[in-house]
Design a protein around this ligand. Sequence first.
Ligand code: C2E
Ligand code: MG
Ligand code: MG
Length: 744
Amino acid sequence: MATDATATAAKEGADAPRVTDEPGWRESSWSYREFFRKNPYPMWLWDVETFRFLDVNDAAIAHYGYSRDEFLAMAVPDIRLPEDDDQTLKDSADKENLGLAYWGAHRHRKRDGSIIEVEVTTNRVEVGGRPANFVMLNDVTERAKALRARDETQSMLAAVQRVGHIGIWYRNLMTGEVLWTEEMHRILGGSPEEPDAPVDVASGPSSRYTYAEDIELVKLTLEEARRSGKPYGIRHRVVRADGEVRWVHARGWYEHDERGTPIRMIGTLHDITEPVRAEERLAYLAQHDHLTGLANRTAIETYLQSSVTPEGASDSRLALFFIDFEGLKAVNYTLGHAFGDRLLVEAGRRMTEQHPARGGVVGRWGGDNFVIVREDLGDRAGVSRFAKNLFARLSAPYAIGGHQLRLVPSIGVALYPADATTPEDLVACANTALAHAKEITRDKGARFFAAEMRQEAAERLATEMDLSKGILAGEFRLVYQPVIDLRTRRAVSAEALIRWQHPQRGRLGPESFLEIAEQSGLIVPIGAWVLREACAAARRWSALGTPLRVAVNVSAEQINREDIAELVRTVLDDTKLDASMLSVELTENIIVRDAEEGRTTLQRLRDMGVSIAVDDFGTGNNSLAQLKHFPIDTLKIDRSFVRDLGRDPFESAIAQAIIALARGRNLTVIAEGAESREQVDILESLGCNLIQGFYFSKPLEPEEFERFLRAQAQRTDSFPKFSPRNKPISARGAFSRPSTMSSR
Ligand code: C2E
Ligand code: MG
Ligand code: MG
């Protein structure tokens, strides 16, 4: 960088006097000149006005490689690097400066082009009445290099410490001197002004970083290390200056003198917070339900293993609550699983709300089953109070995502040691009690385990497990029973009835498994299968040219747990069955129970074109008047009335009244379970023309039923011959006469 000083120096250089001839310099004392000439350090003299060299010593000539003449032809800026700041040079040329003008480091270029770093000591002198700077030089290139190398090593070490989160410390036990690397401060967050080795608990204030609960452990470890002279390694927590708790792995050792006295400690501190947190997280995940954050099944089992023991039976009491929700599956089905998940989380939160800080456990067993274990409820009355309270809390409305929902909890309670003395048994007892809790009508809440439940529980469990397997293995079948119109003697519809082809127990009717399917919720997948299968069959009948409406039974549990209207819509779409070819059979209790909800569901079905039948009519507690607000098409008179027709005048009167009322309301009436000619005749005389009963046909296998439909289509005037297995074949003769009435 060309500077004013350089420019001036260059311009004035030509006619400046040869300084060596200056009288003042020549006249200076011999010793001074000797000191200058012979000095092993390079020295020179320059004119502060022109910056030109006035004289140089032999060492400078030797060190820089310029000859004396070359030096004297140059100015100071010529040997400096153009990019280096020349302010210091200008300052040192300041005429006011006397004595020591300047001390500092500079870079100079030698004649061979190499660059050296020099310490420059400048003193103001006068040569021939003119101010000049007398300069001593010390080449520090090597030293600077070494320094830089050391700095580099240190910063590299620091980087390694930082990257590895390892701090290094040293403590002189004789003087108390402590050295910390920067990383120590970073780990502990203290200020570098107050170094304090945190691991040496023995020395008082230094323990201030160690987490209170870990101090004892650290102390013991250090005492052992001091005694044994062996290195120690310990994982403990520290509290940073800012209050954050972090995990460290501390290693170190004591150095002893020859008499065995510990004289210093050296150690490292490794911040292992992240890996420890990861470990903790893994341990947490192993013990907690990922959705609700409650204990998971493993954790519940672990808890029970430790508190439910045959030996401990005398001195501890424990209540286990097994909780299940009705309605959650329906929520999942209608509002989606994400929504159902939020409900579960909220239910879990309600369960933990009143849980004591210590003892007991609240956990999710799986699905919508939760478990609460309490040891602090005292006697049976206390347990009962808690259960009541729990029931109330869990059945309060849930407001989630703009929806107000209710869940119906069922709670099974088992007591240790009263009911069981092993964890497995206790859970099984609570589970059985839960099954009974579901049986008793809503709002009753919890049910305690009772000894007589045991056998039944075992069977129930077996059937439930078989049912799940049966669904997967496709062990269910549908059979079809025609509904005959007496006037045409033709089928007007067929009811689909489920059968279970059990691999061991053979063919089972609904009475052996429906109740368990309903209680376990398995009715939902089973019911969906029935609907799909029945609709597909009806679609096939149409394709065969023998269209017939199919009637499908829907149970209360299906309505509770899923949006049945939505399911019907999907299935109709999938099977491409016309909605008018489907009828849904519900019992009157389902329809009336939840009036508002029931009506909407029915209305949605009706709007689609699906017809609705009230099944088993007359067995419920409802009068026909109560049903008038519901959009129903058909009443099916329960078999119990038909059975006693002709035998019991009272039953006949009821049947008659029902039929008359239904006709008055323009409802279709179907009589169920007609087995005899007599019954059929009476029904006909009462004005009921639609009959479903063994008298005409038992439920038929699908192929058998299709044969029946084909035969009916070919037949013009007489009732078809049914399978010879059907007992009342002879009675069918009564219907050989073609009806003169038109079909409805
Ligand atoms: P339901 O809906 O009242 O069906 C009529 C029942 O009466 C059928 O019994 C049928 O076989 C029987 N039955 C018909 N005619 C006669 C007769 O002349 N004499 C006698 N003794 N019985 C007759 P099933 O198939 O055992 O079904 C029993 C109940 O199980 C059904 O009563 C219905 O409530 C339920 N169910 C059947 N299949 C399903 C299904 O797929 N889903 C649902 N949710 N329930 C079903
Ligand atoms: Mg039915
Ligand atoms: Mg019925």
